[in-house]
Design a protein around this ligand. Structure first.
Ligand SMILES: NC(=O)c1ccc[n+]([C@@H]2O[C@H](COP(=O)([O-])OP(=O)(O)OC[C@H]3O[C@@H](n4cnc5c(N)ncnc54)[C@H](OP(=O)(O)O)[C@@H]3O)[C@@H](O)[C@H]2O)c1
Length: 271
């Protein structure tokens, strides 16, 4: 088994570790380095794994280092690690908006760096993660990294680093798009006469059911939509209203804004 060391023991590290332990990783193979003693105690108590406050010592025995700190402290955390990474572990960064070039500047360009973009449903093992590797990985490295992120949901590789910005626009920010739809459907359901709880439960279970149905089907979304839209029926009335307001273009504009913002953030770190 590979030794996986987390730098930063916050929310995302904790949810990845919980998923890993539930999916075949052993506690002995995971170590967390975290400056906050209270957080270290919480991690030890929750997951039964070892922790330390010494980032350099922690990474020196790692096969895979997962950088799980906030983007704004990444430079200050990553640069001092350079001397402890000369054995060339794979470095996985889950920080939003920090490009490979910045990570290489801080830690050295001989390293293989993986950028991962998970999303918050990882907290309930239903996340979606895009992965990009700066250099070729061997089969063992690739399967260990997939194992970390598959443990908290779905994970896939993208071929170019720029695609991580597209992943950010689709699944990184995506949960909020669905929360916005949830908010609107619940509110309108109430306006149509349902109580808050009933409207919320009907909305959420419909979202879950539609996603499950689509995942279990090999049909395109357009076909699935047409299958539940009888001519002249209630669904058609609603769909025609959405289409009259060019719903696809509403998403195109919104998701392009997310993509542009992700590119701007990466550019800031590349300077
Ligand atoms: N949460 C998400 O849904 C999500 C989704 C995609 C990507 N991400 C990325 O995941 C990363 C972590 O996010 P998070 O939500 O888990 O943040 P978080 O809960 O704040 O966790 C970050 C942890 O890093 C610790 N830390 C700070 N300085 C450190 C240092 N010098 N050495 C080691 N650890 C240090 C922090 O300790 P203190 O609390 O003591 O400062 C904290 O426990 C971010 O870069 C974020 O962009 C998060």
């Amino acid at each position: 088994m590979s030794k996986v060391v987390f730098i930063g023991g916050g929310n995302m590290a904790s949810c990845l570790i919980g998923g890993m332990l539930a999916n075949g990783f052993s506690n002995a193979d995971i170590l967390v380095s975290e400056p906050n003693a209270e957080s270290r105690q919480r991690i030890e108590a929750t997951h039964g794994i070892s922790t330390t406050g010494d980032n350099g010592a922690a990474v020196s025995a790692a096969d895979i280092v997962v950088l799980a700190v906030k983007p704004q402290v990444m430079g200050a955390v990553a640069a001092p690690l350079a001397d402890s990474l000369t054995h060339n572990p794979i470095v996985v960064s889950i920080a939003a908006g920090i490009p490979v070039s910045a990570l290489e500047n801080w830690m050295g360009d001989a390293l293989t760096i993986v950028r991962a973009m998970p999303n918050t449903p990882a907290m309930v093992q239903a996340g979606a993660t895009g992965l990009f590797a700066s250099k070729a990985l061997n089969a063992n490295q690739q399967s260990t990294i997939e194992g970390i992120f598959n443990a908290v949901g779905y994970a896939c590789w993208v071929n170019k680093e720029a695609d991580i910005d597209a992943v950010t626009a689709v699944s990184g920010s995506g949960p909020a798009y669905f929360f916005l739809v949830y908010e609107a459907m619940q509110k309108v359901g109430e306006e149509l006469g349902l109580d808050t709880e009933t409207s919320a439960q009907l909305t959420l279970n419909t979202a879950l059911g539609a996603a499950k149905l689509a995942l279990h089907s090999d049909q395109k979304p357009e076909v699935l939509r047409k299958q539940v839209t009888s001519p002249g029926g209630t669904t058609q009335a609603a769909i025609e209203s959405f289409q009259a307001q060019d719903i696809e273009n509403v998403f195109r504009t919104a998701m392009s804004s997310a993509l542009n913002r992700a590119q701007e953030m990466s550019d800031d770190f590349s300077k």
